[in-house]
Design a protein around this ligand. Structure first.
Ligand SMILES: C[S@@+](CC[C@H](N)C(=O)[O-])C[C@H]1O[C@@H](n2cnc3c(N)ncnc32)[C@H](O)[C@@H]1O
Length: 284
């Protein structure tokens, strides 16, 4: 596909090729994948415009660009995703961390600091991006992270090691199934919330991600109902839950949490102005 060339000419050819395949950010993809091949920061590429690639590097780049043209997410090709300024390993067992989930972490850190909270449970931890970021940036003494997927938990444990976090207790659990006898100051969760209808209409990139991480029965509300029904038992008296929202169902989800087990329910918006996080305090 590409013949030998320098950084500038390869970026140009890759960008044009990805554009012809209908990708929305072809130049960005071309740069991310080339910086991965060259094991350098993307910001350094402009300084390397005339550097020639070896034949091995060119064929590696070709392979990555072909995979991306088939809509495989760049994060699965590089095996890496950035979140809260940390680097996380990702593979097809885990959802790629999303920028909007950073608001969940920032909100948890803000309230934990203000109210001196010590313990946190990250339900549906996936890559561990939330739990590991909380461990790095907060002062929690007790952090538990759970997921039903054993292969996701393996990735989460590796991410704790990569980021030099030693104090997370990882548990394989179907929602609260194996969390018995514990209660926490804060429960955070980004559960699966895409309905099967919404899933069918998603971009091809999302079909590479584990369906178990995305879809939920009951028009996407299954986990909100299950978590709202049980979380109160796992929260301390002054504890609260922060849960990421399907922005298009915020009203229904608020209704689900307005059952009597919770009080002071508030919705926090993301940077696009969409309702993104629900905070609900345990009613003691
Ligand atoms: C939307 S992903 C969130 C991953 C990660 N916390 C993040 O924000 O990037 C949802 C996670 O829920 C897990 N999950 C699905 N069903 C579950 C269940 N019944 N109990 C616990 N975890 C479940 C999936 O394996 C997946 O890792």
């Amino acid at each position: 596909m590409f013949c030998a060339g320098n950084v500038y000419s390869l970026l140009k050819r890759a960008g044009t090729f990805l554009k012809s395949k209908g990708l929305s950010e072809p130049e960005s993809d071309a740069e991310v994948l080339l910086s991965f091949v060259l094991q350098t920061k993307r910001s350094k590429l402009p300084l390397m415009r005339s550097q020639k690639l070896t034949d091995i590097q060119v064929s590696q780049y070709e392979e990555y660009i072909l995979r991306r043209s088939k809509r495989e997410p760049a994060a699965y090709i590089t095996g890496l995703a950035g979140f809260m300024d940390f680097e996380f390993k990702v593979n097809k067992s885990v959802l790629i961390p999303r920028p909007e989930t950073e608001i969940l972490v920032e909100t948890a850190l803000k309230f934990a600091k203000k109210e001196n909270k010590n313990s946190v449970l990250d339900l549906c931890t996936g890559s561990g991006c939330i739990a590991v970021s909380l461990a790095k940036l907060g002062k929690f003494k007790d952090i538990m992270a759970s997921d039903i997927s054993g292969s996701a938990l393996e990735v989460a444990k590796e991410n704790a090691q990569i980021n030099r976090v030693l104090n997370i207790n990882f548990v394989k659990s179907d929602v609260f199934g194996e969390i018995s006898g514990r209660n926490f100051d804060i429960i955070v969760s980004n559960p699966p919330y895409v309905s099967h209808e919404e899933y069918d209409a998603l971009e091809p990139e999302l079909k590479y991600e584990p369906e178990i991480a995305l879809t939920a029965e009951d028009i996407g509300l299954f986990f909100y109902k299950r978590i709202a029904g049980e979380a109160g038992r796992y929260l301390k008296d002054n504890g609260f839950i922060l849960i990421e929202l399907n922005a298009y169902k915020a009203g229904e989800i608020k209704q689900i949490f307005s059952t009597g087990d919770y009080e002071n329910i508030e919705i926090i918006k993301d940077y696009a102005g969409l309702p993104r996080i629900l905070k609900a305090e345990n009613r003691c």
